[in-house]
Design a protein around this ligand. Structure first.
Ligand code: HEC
Length: 240
């Protein structure tokens, strides 16, 4: 019976660690009102992601307006090539090319932070590991046989899987840094946090206005409560 339970437990826990399963998702602290962070995130995005991915719902002009980025900075840092302010952040790569080169199209990331969640993307970008059997030389804990290359490997360094055994099965217990990158793990995390702040903003640019408006509405309701309280006191004064 005990062995049976252990085997059952093994079968149940196996996917939690295995490549087809759901490994632990790490959470990332988000703040779309941190202007400096979102701007850094946008720069990282443009340099390291836009080569393959598009953000077809975001215009450069909207980004500039929401985060008060002046025209000169936009031209210098954000509008690569011949891009114009009124355009959306499209990738120069055609989806069919991506499909041919990587075996899968690089999806538009406009809504990715809502569809997948920022925590998931954050964990995904940290979960690439060396796998010589793959054409890109890497695999990913969250997406088995991932098509995307590890574009941030220079910064993060190279990770290898630490294999553990349980009930006669092998699984990846965790990833270990085999060769450090140009960033410390803390700096790499901060860069990813900036990138996630940007992607969360992109998934709903109007949230800036909505969240700000929310504060005003709450303030108004509070004021109204106070006023009504005094009004009630006034009315009941003569009754008591
Ligand atoms: C060299 C091209 C390339 C670059 C650069 C690139 N990606 Fe990707 N990305 C892909 C491809 C191809 C896929 C599809 C992966 C798959 O289906 O296995 C993908 C998938 C994804 C996904 C979706 C995963 C899923 O299954 O939902 C996310 C999120 C993502 N990339 C984020 C990023 C971010 C953030 C950056 C910049 C740091 C980036 N990518 C840079 C090619 C690229």
């Amino acid at each position: 019976m005990k062995t049976f339970l252990l085997v059952l437990l093994g079968a149940l826990t196996w996917p939690a660690f295995g490549s087809e399963g759901q490994p632990e998702i790490h959470s990332v602290d988000l703040d779309v009102f941190d202007h400096a962070s979102v701007r850094r995130g946008a720069e990282h995005y443009i340099h390291y992601c836009q080569g393959c991915h598009s953000l077809k719902h975001l215009r450069y002009s909207r980004l500039a307006k929401d985060y008060q980025i002046d025209d000169d900075t936009m031209k210098r840092e954000f509008l690569l090539g011949e891009r114009k302010m009124h355009e959306t952040l499209l990738s120069a790569m055609r989806p069919e090319d991506a499909e041919q080169w990587f075996g899968a199209p690089a999806p538009d990331l406009s809504l990715s932070a809502r569809a997948r969640g920022a925590d998931w993307i954050y964990t995904y970008l940290k979960s690439f590991y060396l796998d010589p059997s793959r054409p890109t030389g890497v695999n990913n804990l969250l997406v088995n046989n991932v098509a995307m290359p590890n574009v941030l490997a220079d910064f993060q360094g190279l990770q290898v899987p630490v294999i553990a055994h349980q009930g006669g099965m092998e699984y990846i217990e965790r990833l270990a840094l085999q060769q450090p990158g140009t960033m410390s793990p803390e700096a790499f995390d901060r860069a990813l946090q900036d990138l996630m702040n940007f992607l969360v903003y992109v998934s709903e640019p109007s949230q800036l206005q909505r969240l700000k408006l929310g504060k005003y509405v709450l303030g108004f309701l509070l004021l109204l409560t106070v006023l009504l309280y005094f009004l009630k006191k006034e009315y009941w004064k003569d009754v008591h």
